[in-house]
Design a protein around this ligand. Structure first.
Ligand code: GLU
Length: 458
């Protein structure tokens, strides 16, 4: 762990919305992979779509990563690197590997439907390659702006006679993968408005930034085939690739940036511990048990990329509650102290140890602090308990208290009054806390202390 290596990974979201649990799974799988080998984690903002990308979403991404403990070693924005992409596009043009197309979206769609109706794969027929210079000039005169496609190397002598062309890689998560370049359309690299789709910039950046491993969702497997061809076309060695399964919502639908309740921001607002979110987002959909890890280092040690399942996984928000409780119930005072102070609720180790098992969210410590300090409405005392509580007051052990003061006190009361079980404990609990449930009184009583206890008894 943490011996520096030359491993470089990147997380490459488009800042077009808030990150959801599925995006963060990609980020974590990258981060953990790098952490395991002391590598670097680059945050690359794929913001070439100027209309939909915003600075606010970019900041939100950095904030969400930081909340989960993932501070990037480097942050890059594609929008500031367009000149570099232009150079590579020119290189591809000069090699005849990037060609202009003038079909409108409607025309493309009609062709696609025609092919599908004939039971053929809807692969682009490269009609634009047949355009003469005069025809291209005419389209331009009509005001049509070309989009540009990359000519896939899936033919021998004529691009109109494609043949099976397999691209292979040893996937970090899936093992041997094969994509046939003849089964796909030449990818559009540049839109009609001149902006880049992510395919080319991503390759250029991965080369420039020394990315050694591209870890991303299984929805990118076909892209990987095409991108490997782009790497080769620009004379660069492709990095290693890993494709993880995707997370679906409870109805089996894919998550989108509009799935508000799955956003990291909303989970944070709901008071979940970052490590509950990180543990579930990482270990769900693997052959490994979903357990709550205390920090990312522990999660990196636990997580095995080879165990990621091939099939997609359903994300169940309900599972977060259990993990969250597990983390809180086993959190040491040392770990909690700073946060207790921030909530003005640091009543010491004894208090924390007494109340933590009752927390489902960290912020609930404030309620228990209020209980300890007596800021609660006194519970009504049933007639038959008045005398019992008076006796309890009388028999309350004097200070200094021993650590087993609760046992000593209740044993004496039991003997004196003949009460036991609920009849013995419940009136005391209600008098001391105003509630019928809560932390173990044996642990809470010393925190409440003699004076406050005495005041709560008749
Ligand atoms: N911006 C792309 C996406 O979010 C990046 C994919 C990749 O990791 O290469 O889908």
């Amino acid at each position: 762990m943490n011996t520096p290596s030359n491993i470089v990974v990147r997380f490459a979201p488009s800042p077009t919305g808030r990150l959801h649990i599925g995006n963060i799974r990609t980020a974590l799988l990258n981060w953990l992979f790098a952490a395991k080998s002391g590598g670097q984690f680059v945050l690359r903002l794929d913001d070439t779509d100027e209309e939909r990308s915003t600075e606010e979403f970019a900041l939100g991404i950095v904030e969400d990563l930081a909340w989960l403990g993932m501070d990037p070693h480097r942050i890059e924005k594609q929008s500031s690197r367009v000149a570099i992409y232009d150079k590579t596009a020119d290189l591809l043009r000069s090699k005849g590997l990037l060609y202009p197309c003038f079909e409108t979206p409607d025309e493309i769609e009609r062709r696609r439907k025609r092919l599908m109706a004939r039971g053929l794969p809807p692969v682009y027929d490269r009609a634009a390659l047949k355009l003469t210079d005069a025809e291209k000039a005419e389209f331009q005169e009509q005001g049509r702006k070309p989009h540009w496609r990359f000519l896939l190397p899936n033919y021998e002598s004529s691009p109109f006679e494609t043949r099976r062309t397999e691209v292979h890689w040893d996937d970090v998560m899936r093992g041997d993968q094969t994509v046939d370049l003849a089964s796909m359309s030449d990818p559009v690299l540049i839109r009609g408005d001149g902006s880049y789709l992510y395919t080319l910039p991503s390759v250029v950046d991965d080369v420039d930034m020394g990315v050694t491993h591209v870890i991303r969702g299984g929805d990118h497997i076909t892209n990987t085939g095409a991108q490997i061809a782009v790497f080769e076309a620009i004379g660069a060695a492709p990095p290693a690739f890993g494709h993880h399964n995707l997370l679906m919502d409870s109805s089996g639908e894919g998550l989108s940036k509009r799935t508000g309740s799955m956003s990291i921001a909303s989970l944070r607002e709901d008071g979940f511990e970052p490590m509950a979110v990180a543990s579930l987002a990482t270990l769900i959909g693997t052959g490994q048990a979903v357990e709550a890890c205390r920090n990312l280092v522990e999660l990196a040690d636990t997580f095995d990329p080879k165990k990621v399942s091939k099939s997609n996984a359903k994300f169940d928000r309900g599972e977060l509650d259990g993990l969250n409780e597990k983390l809180l119930h086993t959190m040491s005072y040392g770990e909690a102290q700073e946060r207790l102070q921030a909530l003005n609720s640091d009543l010491g180790d004894g208090f924390w140890t007494a109340v933590r098992a009752n927390l489902s969210r960290f912020s609930e410590v404030e309620q228990w602090k209020a209980v300890v300090e007596g800021e609660f409405e006194a519970a009504e005392v049933a007639d038959e308990d008045v005398e019992f509580l008076r006796q309890a007051a009388e028999m309350l052990p004097d200070m200094p208290w021993s650590t087993d003061v609760w046992q000593v006190w209740t044993a004496a009361l039991k003997e004196k009054t003949g009460r036991k079980g609920r009849g013995l404990f419940m009136p005391l609990r209600k008098a001391l806390t105003g509630l019928e449930h809560g932390p173990e009184l044996a642990a809470l009583l010393p925190v409440i202390g003699w004076e406050r206890t005495r005041r709560r008894l008749p």
